[in-house]
Design a protein around this ligand. Sequence first.
Ligand SMILES: Cc1ncc(COP(=O)(O)O)c(C=O)c1O
Length: 384
Amino acid sequence: MTNFDRSASRAQSASFKWQITNQPEHYDVTAMTVADMDFETPSFIFDHLIPRSHVLGYDAVDDAYFNSIINWQQRHQQIALQKDEIIPLTGVLPGLSYAIRALSQPEESVLVFTPVYNPFFAAIKGAHRNLLAFDLSLQEDGQYHIDFEALEKVFHSQPIPLMVICNPQNPSGHVWSKEDLNHLIELAKHYNSRIIADEIHQDLVYNPREFTSFLTLPEADQYGLVLTAATKTFNMPGIKNAYMLIKDATMRDQIQAIISGEFGDDTVSTFGYRATTAALTYGEQWHDDLMTYLDHNRHAAFNLFKQSKITAMWPQATYLMWLDFSATGLDDATIADKLVNEAKVELNDGARYGEAGAHWFRLNFATQTAQMTTAIERIIHVFG
Ligand SMILES: Cc1ncc(COP(=O)(O)O)c(C=O)c1O
């Protein structure tokens, strides 16, 4: 059993998440922001980084990489893949940018479901597409839902050649159901739209919630693609590797043409493909242990917030917890200030994920349980 209680000491380091602790006045802040984990990346990944030749030359991604993805996706998501249906990428975000450029034209609308992981906005606007934000509805069960009647009206009123769905959802940890995804495919069929499914958090779904990967649905392959990676699951986003799963040959050719025509082929790095290969080949046990630890943190964090004014959305997946601070009656700037200066905890402000995220903050609980508990206790002490 991996010891996730061992601290990875990231304060005052180059870690993006822990940058705040490099400011002398904030050296003692607990950073619970950026979506990586405070756990050591598993050793079997480090062991596999260096090629036998000890030459870091230009490498062609090998069959071991493709086979590790094919086997992992078959085992975990029940998707049958061929090698040529996998496009190696330097990240999910670069993949998103290529797909936006290939599957829509400048000035056309690309729809996202907000609140959502904010770099989606930059990718759409940066490609000179029209960003169309469709707000998710908060239902009595405390989870997000898509109001399909309202969504159909939006499709009816204007051409929308492309939508992006984040599943599992960042920032809320919500998992979209088979019915939700089938509904989106129906809309895509009817209104000639395409779907990009960002499934980078697909391996972080807690039992008993079932996860349906987009490409397992009938006809999905004609209407969209999946972007995913081993980097979130195995805590190695710094190696910059991801992959696109795309079955439709026409869409695939369009995307490949953009990658080789505009982005100099964007071949992946040696460390990147080797790390992914090792993770997906040797990572089953580590992944099981991780999910057990994260699930324990999920329950502990949720139970702590139950005794406070802050309402937590129950994450069905991910190590992100979406917190509603509305009952504190404070504005977002004041909440952020009190978090860092009084509670000594940094969270992500929800408004960055879209207007619907105002008064919400995102907490990353992928850290040692003791550190998480004391940080949440400090938050509750300050906000009640
Ligand atoms: C939903 C989602 N998509 C994409 C990314 C970034 O992926 P990459 O580092 O592979 O570009 C993240 C990272 O937090 C994410 O949460």
